[in-house]
Design a protein around this ligand. Structure first.
Ligand SMILES: Nc1ncnc2c1ncn2[C@@H]1O[C@H](COP(=O)(O)OP(=O)(O)O)[C@@H](O)[C@H]1O
Ligand SMILES: [Mg+2]
Length: 249
């Protein structure tokens, strides 16, 4: 199993990159679990699927119902079945984490969820996680052991700065994070040099440079999902290929 988290500042293109990685691995014949752990979640839209309920909804259910369950019931098994209920099954499987913890006490349900997520993730060749710059569920250890963190940055103000913050955050997390790479996105002639220079300054290896893709931008305006006939997809494929090779998969 290989776990890849795609992160970065909002609007930089992390969901597009995550969606393209998912498409690529599926086309390669690998089994893929997609996890949307960004509170501003839009992975389902980019993939062109509908999601009704989230893992967060199921966690609320467990929180509300667990005291009413018979004392000898297997709460973990019930919770796990609930997670499978909200899983969207396509050529890949998709879980949307949904709302963050509310004010109640989530320790018990989160402990259960941790184990369940671990178990589910191990059923796949690849797990691709779309997550915000706060590394959401990774920093709270609901998702553990990430092999790669791909930080997407664009030329916007603080795009690359945010990458640096993520680097600092991920080095502080006491979970196994394998390797951190930077992806420069929406690159064109006028911003290329500046972005490369900024990337060098923060000392994160650049694994790919995705050009500004006007056809991709158009799709988004029309509310249409991504597809594989895009120049940006070519670059994301090369990134995916490199990760596969690094891991000898
Ligand atoms: N290489 C690119 N070229 C042109 N537009 C892009 C590119 N990558 C992403 N976009 C556009 O940028 C916007 C934000 O992308 P999105 O993946 O939703 O960002 P995030 O998930 O980081 O908030 C979308 O409108 C998307 O179509
Ligand atoms: Mg997004």
């Amino acid at each position: 199993m290989i776990t890849i988290a795609v992160t970065g500042k909002g609007g930089t293109g992390k969901t597009v990159v995550a969606g393209m990685l998912i498409r690529y691995f599926v086309n390669k014949g690998m089994t893929v679990l997609a996890i949307d752990s960004d509170p501003d979640s839009n992975l389902a839209d980019v993939l062109g699927v509908e999601v009704e309920k989230t893992v967060g909804d199921m966690r609320e259910f467990m929180l509300e119902e667990r005291d009413a369950m018979p004392p000898d019931s297997n709460k973990e098994a019930i919770f796990e079945a609930k997670i499978y209920e909200v899983m969207v099954e396509e050529e890949y499987d998709l879980l949307v984490m949904g709302r963050p913890d509310g004010p109640g006490c989530y320790c018990y349900v989160n402990n259960l969820l941790r184990g369940i997520m671990d178990r589910i993730m191990h059923n796949y060749d690849v797990v691709v996680i779309d997550t915000s710059a706060g590394l959401e569920h990774i920093s709270r250890k609901l998702i553990r052991d990430v092999d790669y963190v791909l930080v997407v940055a664009d030329a916007s103000k603080r795009g690359v700065k945010t990458a640096q913050r993520i680097k600092e955050l991920s080095s502080k997390l006491d979970i196994g994070i394998g390797k951190l790479y930077l992806i420069l996105n929406k690159v064109n002639e006028s911003n290329r040099d500046k972005m490369m220079k900024e990337a060098e300054e923060i000392r994160i290896d650049v694994i790919g440079t995705i050009p500004f893709d006007s056809r991709l931008a158009e799709l988004d305006l029309k509310g249409e999902p991504i597809h594989t006939h895009l120049s940006s997809y070519e670059v994301v494929s090369q990134i995916a290929e490199r990760l596969i090779n690094e891991r000898n998969l």
